[in-house]
Design a protein around this ligand. Sequence first.
Ligand code: GDP
Ligand code: MG
Length: 457
Amino acid sequence: LGRRINGALSSLSRAGTLDDALLDSTLKEICTALLESDVNVKLVASLRTRVKAQVKAALEADKTGGGRDAQKRNVVQKAVFDELVGLVNPGVEPYKPKKGQSNVIMAVGLQGNGKTTTCTKLAVYYQKRGFKSCIVCADTFRAGAFDQTRQSATKAKVAYFGSYTETDPVVIAAQGVEKFRKERFEIIIVDTSGRHKQEKDLFAEMEMIGEAVKPDMTVLVLDASIGQAAEAQSRAFKETANFGAIIVTKMDGHAKGGGAISAVAATQTPIIFLGTGEHLSDLERFAPEPFISKMLGMGDIQGLVEHMQDMAQQNPEKQKEVMKNLEQGKFTIKDWREQMGNVMNMGPISKFASMIPGLPDMAGSEDEISSKFKRMIYMTDSMTSYELESDGLCFLEMEKDGKTPIRTNWRVQRVARGSGTSVGEVEEMLFQYRMMASMAKGAGGKNGWLSAMQKMQ
Ligand code: GDP
Ligand code: MG
């Protein structure tokens, strides 16, 4: 998908002026790629309309540089990125388990979606973070369900509850949760049964278990490979189970994740984790920006951060600063420069350049990429300390609302002159910086995905 969208955007920057026909054909290519990744048809159609409006408004507002190649490409790319991030970010905070109390989490979803596996992964995840965790197997429908729980919970060294004789899942769920509440377990995960279809029986059973255990959070476990069916399935579960979070499994397979986007958009419920394999540790925190960035082939900030963490172990001094700032969710142009410097020191740049958000066009020989990086460093060398310590907004002129950038200003011309580069190049660099900075924001703080990721190792 990333390659396809990048291809469409590259042909856009190669072409001359961006007229309606060219914008239409580029958007058509991007939308086809999204549809093939199983993003819902209606969502793609409305995304297309909104991206088009956003691009036109941006280009019309920009009387000075609208025709510039880098800018056209960036405007379209940014619009697609923003729209997709908006789709997977319902702006709803998921439930956060609290220490020192019982947090009941109930997993629902169709059979085979990965509920039982995910329940154990979750128990391990929270156990690692100091929560006393356990699993209740309330699946009496599938033969051998309790054995499956018993085996995986034993392997994971997590407490479990279930029965070989009791056939009423509501009774088991109630008994198990009561027992574990008494024993002061902090994370109590209730695994329910699924059926092959969305049947009345299943929904009735789910409702009764829900009433019996009063979950603090109900999680819909969704298989990434169900594709276009994601919308209907998640809607149906939302109506009866009113889940407050989604976990998308089997992201390691052939599925391209579009189904996940559709499920969020249909139910306005956040994704909290992705299942990325059959092992108990194959569970990743979900964050909208890095997910879309990777999906669009716009850089893999998680991969980059993981690499930086490896580097930090080998060379603590060099990496400390950038990591510290990232952890605080702060990311100035100066940090961006340091980051580029670090990437240059990491070994072959060609390998890591593609991981940096906003640097999609970094194909080329080691020398070419290296010289592009050097030019970006020259640009930052021509900035004043006020500009370097800023978030880059001082380079932009804003609409009256103070939020919508209209065009870049005289500072950009000065930097271009000072560094022997062009205005277009500086604009592109600033755009790339803003992409990275917007992701860094979501990374920082105690609840950011960065700290979640670090704790996970
Ligand atoms: P349930 O019926 O919803 O409880 O699903 P299970 O937990 O039994 O999982 C069904 C199958 O999917 C099993 O073979 C799991 O190993 C597999 N599975 C679950 N999660 C993942 C995942 O994230 N990646 C991969 N590759 N397989 C998974
Ligand atoms: Mg199961």
